[in-house]
Design a protein around this ligand. Sequence first.
Ligand code: NAD
Length: 360
Amino acid sequence: MKILVTGGAGFIGSAVVRHIISNTSDSVINIDKLTYAGNLESLADVSGNSRYAFEQVDICDSAAMNAVFNQHQPDAVMHLAAESHVDRSISGPAAFIETNIVGTYVLLEAARSYWSTLDAARKTSFRFHHISTDEVYGDLPHPDEVPTGAELPLFTETTPYMPSSPYSASKASSDHLVRAWLRTYGFPTIVTNCSNNYGPYHFPEKLIPLVILNALEGKPLPIYGKGDQIRDWLYVEDHARALYTVVTQGKIGETYNIGGHNEKQNLQVVETICDLLDELVPKKGSYRQQISYVTDRPGHDRRYAIDANKICRELGWQPQETFESGIRKTVQWYLANSEWVQNVKSGNYQSWIDANYNRK
Ligand code: NAD
């Protein structure tokens, strides 16, 4: 198969591209605008492979996207390109509306126009896989909001959408567009909604890499509010395997939730990282002493948790990492890859990170 991956220079997209090139015989065309979050160095392991091609294109550029489809003639699309950081969506929502909503619309139309020219066999096997987030569902009751012993609900594929942030609202909107293109035009789409990812090559504005790097630099480790927000963490390589499973075996029109059954409070995550660093890079005193509480994010969702039984049952996917094994690998990766870190941090976004997270 020839798979067109959008956002392949980002955190999850690059894991998907590395997975496909390293573990299958399929080809990849990586379409990425290379925003602050896109980094071709994350693809250094595969960029010399003859089954890999890169085009620097904005998915909002309709003429350029039509040209990409005509030139490369893909068999499937995996759509990951997005503005992805909730805090940035609060301080500047416009780019989220543009890329996540308008960009998805432009991509759907370019893909549909190309698909309509395919012969019957290729038309039938074509897939448009839209990669989305569990944040579209809003948030779930926190353990401190339910009676002791009561069962805590999980997000399923039929949970109603209730997005809270400009980011999650823009992703919800794109999910609706994708499903409408299936219903209205018979365009063969599949949607996946995944929980929070972590792992190597994660841009250091997100909680886990930010905490690892701030800890090593002796900076405060910012915790929003009380740090009791719960996220369901999935190792990025487990997500990449799940996405490849869905694009190759998933059923048209279906939604699959993807998650690692790893609910953790943010404070627990940060303390785990501190304890690993105490073990791997010991210093006088514990890294926990750098924990610093900051004003909570407006509209902050309190708990996310995914019921991933459908993809496990129907497509046989299972996460391979526990949180404990994945977070150890992640910390070790950041310790061993300071050059990658220095290169991504040398962009102009360092001032944004300092202004938003590194305030005293
Ligand atoms: P990321 O921010 O690391 O990467 C996004 C990539 O998209 C970057 O390479 C960027 O250059 C590219 N891009 C942005 N705007 C573009 C445009 N207009 N045209 C072409 N390329 C553009 O994001 P990520 O964390 O890898 O997330 C990838 C996808 O997975 C997103 O759609 C996100 O909503 C979804 N998702 C992320 C998580 C998570 O925990 N990170 C969880 C569930 C779902």
